[in-house]
Design a protein around this ligand. Sequence first.
Ligand code: AQP
Length: 331
Amino acid sequence: MGKQRVLSGIQSSGKLTLGNYIGAMKNYVALQHEHDCFYMIADLHAITVPQEPAALREQSESVAALFVAAGLDPTQAAIFLQSHVSAHAELSWLMTTMTYMGELERMTQFKDKSEGKEAVGAGLFLYPSLMAADILLYNANLVPVGDDQKQHLELTRDLAGRFNYRYGETLVVPEPFIPKVGARIMSLDDASKKMSKSNPNVGSFISLLDSPDEIRKKISRAKTDLGREIVFDVPNKPEISNLMTIYAQCSGQTLEQVQAAYEGQGYGAFKKDLAEVVVQALEPLQQKYADVRSSGEIHQILRDGAERASAVAETTLNSVKEAMGFVAKSR
Ligand code: AQP
């Protein structure tokens, strides 16, 4: 694979979880040295559900610091806040006008997040058009995401193709880059739902910043299946299969190795070891996070990242506007 343009992002809608890390951030780090990478803190996406201003500010800085703590090198990858690059909001509108209501109505994330709510903001409905704009602005070839974002990415591909068909070849049609193992880490209290940072039950997710004791407590309370064997069998043992995936991803072992190591042992021993594996995997990240936060370096990193991102984004936005027939500003 030659050098590719990579774009991805994470909403600053809460504390990042092990799901965000395994499904997306690990690949961000893996791709940064080989490719031209842009990673954004998606604060405009975060406000598709209500956010307290002080909390949003803190969460956005926290996600940025976690990017660095997880191993992203700001001299390689551009790390930036979505709201610092105004082209995102502008292209989002242009993409919205090209998106069909029926396409948005089919989105499972919208159905899940709006279910049972009396008032649902239009932003939540339009979220996929903004996501398409995010990706298309950077002419990204590759988009590292977890499995839950596949449907949104498919819409992005359709919108790029539709735009090029109507207005001439302008936008790059991106490909998803999804991990083979860990593409969907499930909730600790219900393996039929994905682990989510905005789940009101904090016991359902492991935050990257949870203390060792919180991690031990959450894992000891995690739901298990009937029986006692440690076998990877998603249809029949969804809860234990999810815990085995977390074990494998945090220890660097394969699922087969994990299964073989726990043959003949029960859930209790496995969960105890799993907690220690997670605590150890997160310890260096948490240490680095504390250093990054206390140094204050994140502000400069975000300034530099926004500058690099804006240069690319503005160029694409201008090409799009020109192709669509907007009158260019006279100099
Ligand atoms: N449980 C998960 N397993 C694997 N990957 C996951 N991702 C999210 N949850 C899991 C991946 O993390 C990236 C960033 O996601 P996001 O924050 O932009 O939106 P999300 O997918 O809606 O994540 P959350 O944690 O569930 O956020 P909230 O609760 O705010 O909606 C994406 O690449 C996603 O695939």
